[in-house]
Design a protein around this ligand. Structure first.
Ligand SMILES: [Zn+2]
Length: 188
């Protein structure tokens, strides 16, 4: 269940149609159970050298859009923590964490997180890839749930979102949370 799923209100007028942000701010409670996490891994043939190289490139590129957003947020005077541990779960981290607002921001890679606009399933091992991406998505939902239970709100943007638009959204969401009153026990 979403508080809101937004493609327009907070964006700059320059945002072109079709380049929608993926924006889900999740409520603190009411989020559904995660399904599919325990689905067994389908068999797969090992990826060829070319695909293997492509995969590692994709994994590296995952972080470039996040870096760009961090730079822009920093330029705007916003301060945040990066790769902060999810409260109560040492194995997961928050890409960009605003501790006072208790706002967790993730920049999700189009390939690994299954962006409906850009995710293309590799031709070999389609079943395995479907399983892999669905597992990543289930993990995202699970992380959202853990954060919400810890009193955080979660904002996820696709890596394809234009950086200024994503930064506007983060900035506005943070302001809105802070304007509505500080969370109890939050850090200064
Ligand atoms: Zn995308």
């Amino acid at each position: 269940m979403l508080i809101w799923s937004c493609t327009t209100p907070l964006l700059s007028p320059g945002a072109a149609a079709g380049r929608t942000l993926r924006v889900n701010v999740y409520p603190v409670d009411g989020y559904g159970r995660v399904g599919g996490v325990s689905t067994p891994e389908p068999p797969r043939r090992p990826p060829s050298g070319a695909l293997s190289a492509k995969m590692s490139t994709l994994a590296r590129q995952d972080t470039a859009p996040e870096m760009a957003l961090r730079r822009e947020l920093h330029r705007r005077g916003l301060r945040f923590r990066v790769q902060m541990k999810v409260p109560g779960n040492n194995r997961r981290t928050i890409d960009i964490a605003f501790t006072r607002a208790r706002l967790a921001v993730y920049v999700d890679g189009c390939f690994w997180h299954g962006c409906p606009q850009h995710h293309h399933q590799p031709r070999s091992n389609p079943e395995w890839w479907r399983w892999k991406i669905e597992r990543n998505q289930a993990r995202d939902r699970d992380t959202n749930r853990e954060l919400m239970q810890a009193g955080w709100q979660v904002l996820r943007v696709w890596e394809h979102a234009p950086v200024p638009d994503a930064a506007d959204l983060v900035e506005n969401t943070r302001s809105r949370i802070l304007d509505s009153g500080p969370a109890e026990g939050s850090e200064p």
